[in-house]
Ligand binder design. Sequence first.
Ligand code: NAD
Length: 298
Amino acid sequence: MTFKNVTVAGSGVLGYQIAFQTAFYGFNVTVYDINDEVLEKAKAKFDILAESYKKDLKATEEQLAATKANLQYNSNLAEAVQDADLLIEAVPENPQIKIGFYEQLAKVAPAKTVFATNSSTMLPSQFAEYTGRPAQFVALHFANEIWKHNTGEVMKHPGTSDETFNSVLEFAKQIGMVALPIYKEQPGYIVNSLLVPLLSAALDLYVNEVADVETIDKTWMVATGAPVGPFGILDVVGVTTAYNINKMAADKTQNPTKIKVAAMLKENYIDKNKLGVATGEGFYKYPNPAYWEKNFLK
Ligand code: NAD
C-alpha cells in the first residue's frame, strides 16, 4: 500500500500540525473538522506554523507555498474522505466523540482507506470494532511540535494487518518522522511509558522534601547527560497536564504523596498561572531558564 491522499480529521492542537507536516512532504491533504468556522481558524494557524518551519527547518517560501497548495479543507466527512488512502484521526481525547466519529466514518470511507488514530491515552483496540475495518486500523502517535519532536510511534492492536502496520511505518518516514514500530498495545506508547514514571518520581521526591527542584534536575542532567531535567520537561509538557494526571491518581488511589503533589501543583503553580513555558513561568522562568546557565551543573 502506498499513500498519496491523506485526510486529517480534527484541526486542533495536533491535527493542524499533522496536516501541515504531511502537506510539507508533498502529500495531498484534506483537513476535516466539524464546521467551516473551525476550518477557517485552522487556516489562520497554518500561517503561524509556517513561521516555525522557516525558523526551525529553514523552509523556503517555495516550499511553504507548495505546502499550502497541497492543503484542502472540507467539513463534509463523505467528501473529505472520498479519495483518501489514509485517514489520520486527531479528534478530541474523549471515547464517546471518537466512537461517534468512527461509526460515521465507517459508513462513508472507501474500502481502501487505512485509518490511524493519534490518541495519546486510549488504545486502538477500544475503537477497532467501530471502524468496520479492524485490519486496516492502527495507532500513529505524534508528539506536540511534530516538526521538531518528530517521533512517529506506530502501534498495532491485535487485529492490525502487517501490511497496514508496515505501510503506516513507511508513511511516517516519508513525512520526516523517526518511525518507531510498537508491536503490542501499550498504554502511553514508548515515550509516555518512560516519561510519566520519571516525572512522577521527580514530583514525589520534591513534595516529600527529599530535594529541591534544581537539585533533582541537576542530578538527572549530570548523571545521564540529558540536556534537561524532569522539572524542565514538566514546564514544556505544561503543569496543567501534570496536575490532571496526578489529581486523577490521587482521587483513585488516595495515595498521600499523590494528594500532596496535586495540592502543590494547584496552589503553587496553577492558581498563580505558572503553567510552564506557555505562560513564561513554571518551575523555571522563561525564555532563559536557570538550567541553561553556564554554572547550573557546577
Ligand atoms: P484539540 O481539542 O485541540 O482538537 C480537536 C479537534 O477536533 C478540534 O478542532 C475539534 O473541533 C475537532 N473535532 C471535535 N469533534 C470532532 C468530530 N466529531 N469530527 C472531527 N473533528 C472533531 O485536541 P488535540 O490536542 O489536537 O488532540 C487530538 C488528539 O491528538 C487526541 O486524541 C490527543 O490524545 C492526541 N494528541 C494530542 C497531543 C497534544 O499535545 N495536544 C499530543 C499527541 C497526541
